[in-house]
Design a protein around this ligand. Structure first.
Ligand code: C2E
Ligand code: CA
Ligand code: CA
Ligand code: CA
Length: 275
């Protein structure tokens, strides 16, 4: 009886079988979506908190699905990472983003998210540089964002990849700082150009003195290491005021606008005479 009970929660559990089938279908659909051009870049404004000036955009992947509409990245990035599709997915998003942004105002930069899995590929710098040459987007307008998780796995390889990117003039940001495993060691292990504070810390800054203390500590750290700090997930003016006073240089979030596709981004830039 015990054995039978065990079996029931194994392969023959119908709910689990359905979940497995759904995942396989999603995986196959994603495999087709990349070459079909359905994975597209959205652009989120990044703002200088002292002047209010727009200085660039973070590129965020979306699945433009013919039936289901726009699907957010938390539904497909993990699957792409687990199945080795993330490299192709990321290059497809970058190609479109560079292509869209190359004739925007030259003051505008792009920040691109790079997965830990991509930092295990020694050819990543060459692949990115090839895309930059192909599209004519200049290296000095590109920043890549990496999370600390990426550094645990193979630090020497990550260091060599980041070194090659920096030699080409590409900047590197440490993303999602202030979450789980943040450590000072990581900040010194790689030649970062910027720290990004995670939304989970930013969102409570006006209401919770612990969060304000964390932001203040990170901003202080940034200033002593000469690393400007960007706060992500800024949703209201009160939070923006706190962040500015606590020493964050830049902000991004729904206060400034939702991430937009390239056509809408172009429209915004035309209105602001930034084309
Ligand atoms: P992230 O890099 O931390 O990106 C910030 C996320 O916060 C984005 O979600 C953005 O839309 C959202 N966000 C920005 N401002 C606000 C705000 O004011 N309030 C709230 N509630 N949310 C805000 P998104 O686009 O769903 O992306 C989720 C995550 O997926 C990203 O987190 C990033 O880790 C990953 N991701 C997105 N695109 C790519 C990609 O092309 N490659 C890789 N490797 N990862 C990606
Ligand atoms: Ca990011
Ligand atoms: Ca982030
Ligand atoms: Ca985040």
């Amino acid at each position: 009886a015990k054995e039978a009970g065990r079996n029931r929660v194994g392969w023959f559990d119908p709910a689990m079988a359905r979940a497995l089938q759904a995942r396989n279908e999603l995986e196959q659909a994603l495999r087709d979506a990349i070459p079909a051009g359905q994975i597209i870049p959205y652009f989120e404004q990044q703002i200088d908190l002292a002047t209010g000036q727009l200085f660039g955009f973070e590129v965020l992947a979306r699945w433009d699905h013919p039936v289901h509409g726009i699907i957010p990245p938390d539904r497909f990035i993990t699957i792409a990472e687990q199945t080795g599709m993330i490299a192709d997915l990321s290059l497809a998003v970058m190609r479109q983003a560079f292509h869209a942004a190359r004739d925007w105002d030259p003051s505008l930069s792009l920040s691109i998210n790079i997965s830990p899995a991509q930092l295990r590929d020694a050819w990543l710098p060459q692949k990115i540089i090839k895309l930059l040459l192909e599209t004519g987007f200049p290296a000095h307008r590109l920043e890549i964002e990496i999370t600390e998780g990426a550094l645990f796995e193979n630090l020497p390889l990550a260091q060599s990849i980041v070194g090659s990117l920096k030699n080409q003039g590409i900047r590197v940001a440490l993303d999602d700082f202030g979450t789980g495993h943040s450590s000072l060691g990581h900040l010194r292990a790689l030649p970062f150009d910027r720290i990004k504070i995670d939304r989970s810390v930013v969102k409570a800054v006006a209401s919770d003195s612990d969060s304000a203390a964390v932001v203040s500590a990170i901003a202080g750290l940034g200033s002593s290491l000469n690393l400007p700090v960007t706060a992500e997930g800024v949703e209201d003016i009160e939070t923006e005021g706190w962040l500015r006073n606590l020493g964050c240089a830049r902000g991004q979030g729904y206060l400034y606008g939702r991430p937009m596709n390239s056509a809408n981004t172009r429209r915004l830039l035309a209105e602001r005479r930034l084309l």
